[in-house]
Design a binder for this molecule. Sequence first.
Ligand code: GDP
Ligand code: IMO
Ligand code: MG
Length: 425
Amino acid sequence: MSNIVIIGAQWGDEGKGKIVDLLSPEIAAIVRFQGGNNAGHTVKVKGQQYILHLIPSGILHEGKLCLIGNGVVADPVVLCQEMEALATQGVPISPDRFKISYKAHMIMPYHKVLDQAREASKKDGKIGTTGRGIGPCYEDKAARIGIRAADLVDTALLREKIGKALQEKNALLQYLYGSAPLDADAVLAEILPAAQKLAPYLADVSSALQDCVAKGGNIMFEGAQGIHLDIDHGTYPFVTSSNTVAGNAAAGSGVAPSALDRVVGIVKAYTTRVGAGPFPTEQLNEAGEYLQQKGFEFGATTGRKRRCGWLDMVVLRESSRLCGITDIALTKLDVLSGLETLHICTAYEYKGQRIQYPPQLENGMAHVTPVYETMPGWNESIENITTWDALPENAKRYIARIEELAHAPVSIVSVGPGREQTILR
Ligand code: GDP
Ligand code: IMO
Ligand code: MG
């Protein structure tokens, strides 16, 4: 085994949670390295569903160390709620198996208010954020006025930093967005119970990972969102506010880049996107409806309907180039059962040329025309199949074509949300 980076190769919700859970038995520590509680990672075990927003999806396996790295932005109140919800579901969380980096930035109530006020004020060009305060929190990190997990244990410092941050935020809220200013003491009171609860969980995550490797353990880096939501490489400005690419697993958790051995790209057998932004293979028709309904495509964090369309190999090619995908885990193949013809986008037409990678100009993706090839589908339901040989021939052909176009092997095929609904090759 080796250290593995898990990334979503599309626009998020590829099924990262399921695959992280599946691979966890071979792993000693699972660490989130970017994003925050905009993520919603679903794991289904023995009929029970768990939705993780901040806690790594390895938490259902006893004895695995689960970590929140420095690159994450975490809402302390949401994190406490998530810990309580897991405990209610029979997964108690304790400081010996869950740790938060001292350096992780904390989402404050004013980040959420600003995120929502900014979106509401836009007439057009709304990003369709999750409204969880992700962007404003990363802005404060870059502006060097952020609040880090380490600050939670120093109430006087916390109060001072909140006060300073609010000078600027309240000006924006009152004069630009026409909403009520926030009071520093009220903000402090809102987060103090969570701050106190989280104090025993604070740790040097970089050292914890180093110790784990020294003992011969392997690390799994759990990506959130998807490569095309990356702040630099995604469909800017319709992106999230962190780097989702595999390279950020090192910076966002405090390990050397040489520690990243394998990169597993999680690929949904078709494409979905939540929120606004270009989506070349989107199907605003019966096929799209079919995928949305059969795939039960609703956002795990906001409950919004996910937009649906055909598999886009241009998107995948770019993710592979940016992340060095060594293996593909193909998910939701079962959803394609019953479709007579499958379409795969292999290239784009753009300004009279055929291109293999997304255009570089801002919003260029909004002006491409997908070039499709078609393949025959299959009718059989495949959700109970657990061996490669038992798959319908046309499903095998579809996978083989993906491998050919992506230049990477499909090592895992997922045919349902359950742990056991998986084919390992
Ligand atoms: P993540 O954000 O990448 O972890 O993905 P989400 O959990 O947001 O969305 C994936 C959804 O698909 C979840 O509801 C999973 O339970 C479900 N899922 C995962 N793999 C499969 C699969 O192979 N087939 C089906 N039908 N559902 C799946
Ligand atoms: P997981 O980890 C799908 C999208 C939002 C919006 C854009 C910016 O479950 O795959 P933000 O709140 O991050 O500022 O919103 O990014 N988005 C996701 N879409 N899955 C996610 O996470 C997402 N996290 C953010 O819908 O379009
Ligand atoms: Mg999700």
